[in-house]
Ligand binder design. Structure first.
Ligand code: GCU
Length: 406
């Protein structure tokens, strides 16, 4: 028996631009009742309407936080990276309803006079993969198996130490005056379909419905909890915290930026379907395919739009618009066709009317730029050579983008 038959029909992605269906996107500046949005004040109302749709139909509704966060520094190096940085690992314990979840946040801060701007993002394989530093803890949370990064039997190991150092460009960050804060995403919600019983979902025992939060919602919500903590630190400039994520964690970064306007800048690296890419284009990964492969990522309601994208009351350009007027960067890889680079670009472009309402340009080009030619308005974009991944090249553009706006 062919394995694909076990899951019903085999999925064949469309990579032919001429087979992209004709589609009409919802106008981000028209209210449900047909009235036009014509001022920033109107947008505040339209924003609520838009956000509500993303909550009920796509990511699910994440609960308001009414618990306690305890913070404990577990290790600290006052002279990390050749003395240029301070490095801490902080255990955050989220307590609610008699339950607890521990998160371990790795923080590098440049030694500068003023409070540092920080780039916050979830990582895939554990904090210890960002540095050779042997004192960084190896997570004991469930992890997806990955030989290369030393994850076997769903446990992280020493073998992964330092292997993602280049990708996070911590040295460049520090040299340019940025801090980096990161945590392993599986501590927030292990990435498998567990019926929403573990991770931060366990802090809430409400009855679930079709619009309850999934894993992407939990990861995004967790980024907000880390933000709660960063706000308490004197050496972090909480008005300059960017949220960053790659791939599924890019979807989470965008959702965090949409739901939590304390994130002053938002970065999506190859976020693809359910992230920056337009759902209606049907290029590469589709809504149907993502819901079948990852039934725990989104609200159950999202499955209603599988092979039925035209019924969506919103599309992903409106997710980008939820960042307005804050800066947002969308990055693609030219060979990462699964994530639909053009669809990622277009969602930025079609968010422009909302930025223009604020007297901003948004995406400065109306055609997808050439490979390795970043463009930066309030919306930044590049399509880098190569495929799926977060590379030093990408990070380099994000620092440039943050420099430009901060
Ligand atoms: C899969 C999935 C994508 C996701 C990616 C990742 O390829 O289909 O939606 O972005 O994994 O997280 O690496």
């Amino acid at each position: 028996i062919f394995p694909s038959l076990l899951f019903g029909q085999e999925f064949i992605p469309n990579y032919d631009e001429s087979k992209v269906p004709d589609y009409q996107l919802p106008d981000p500046l028209v209210f449900e009742n047909g009235e036009k949005v014509s001022s920033p004040e109107d947008w505040e109302k339209k924003r609520v309407e838009t956000l509500r749709y993303f909550e009920t139909e796509v990511y699910g509704i994440s609960p308001a936080w009414d618990g306690e966060i305890k913070a404990e520094i577990i290790t600290e190096l006052l002279n990390a990276l050749g003395g240029k940085a301070e490095r801490r690992e902080v255990k955050l314990t989220l307590q609610r309803n008699g339950k607890e979840v521990d998160l371990y946040v790795l923080i590098y801060l440049p030694k500068i006079e003023q409070a540092a701007p920080v780039i916050l993002g979830l990582n895939f394989y554990g904090n210890h993969t960002l540095s050779d530093d042997p004192t960084i803890r190896v997570t004991d949370a469930w992890i997806r198996n990955n030989e290369t990064y030393g994850a076997t039997d769903h446990k992280a190991s020493e073998k992964g130490r330092g292997l993602r150092r280049e990708n996070w460009a911590v040295e460049e960050a520090i040299n340019r005056g940025y801090g980096i804060a990161t945590l392993y995403y599986g501590e927030l919600d292990p990435d498998f379909d567990d019926g929403f019983e573990n991770g931060v979902h366990a802090l809430y025992q409400e009855e679930r419905n079709e619009s309850s939060w999934g894993a992407v919602g939990a990861w995004a919500w967790g980024l907000s909890r880390v933000m709660d903590y960063l706000e308490t630190l004197d050496d972090v400039d909480a008005a300059k915290v960017a949220v960053l994520g790659h791939s599924r964690l890019g979807k989470a970064a965008l959702w965090a930026g949409a739901t939590d306007t304390r994130f002053a800048l938002v970065i999506s690296n190859n976020s693809g379907c359910g992230g920056a890419a337009l759902s209606r284009r049907n290029y590469g990964e589709t809504v149907g395919r993502i819901n079948r492969a990852f039934p725990h990522w989104f609200a159950k309601r999202f499955d209603h739009y599988s092979e039925n994208e035209t019924a969506l009351p919103i599309d992903q350009h409106q997710l980008i618009a939820l960042m307005a007027p804050r800066p947002v960067y969308i990055a693609s890889g030219v060979d990462d066709r699964w994530a639909d680079p053009k669809g990622e670009f277009l969602s930025g472009l079609y968010a422009n009317p909302v930025y223009q309402l604020f007297g901003k340009t948004g995406m400065p080009e109306n055609k997808q730029p050439a490979v390795d030619q970043p463009v930066m308005g309030e919306i930044g974009y590049h399509v880098r050579s190569g495929g799926h991944g977060m590379l030093p090249y990408d990070m380099h553009q994000y620092f440039n983008f943050a420099d430009k706006h901060w």
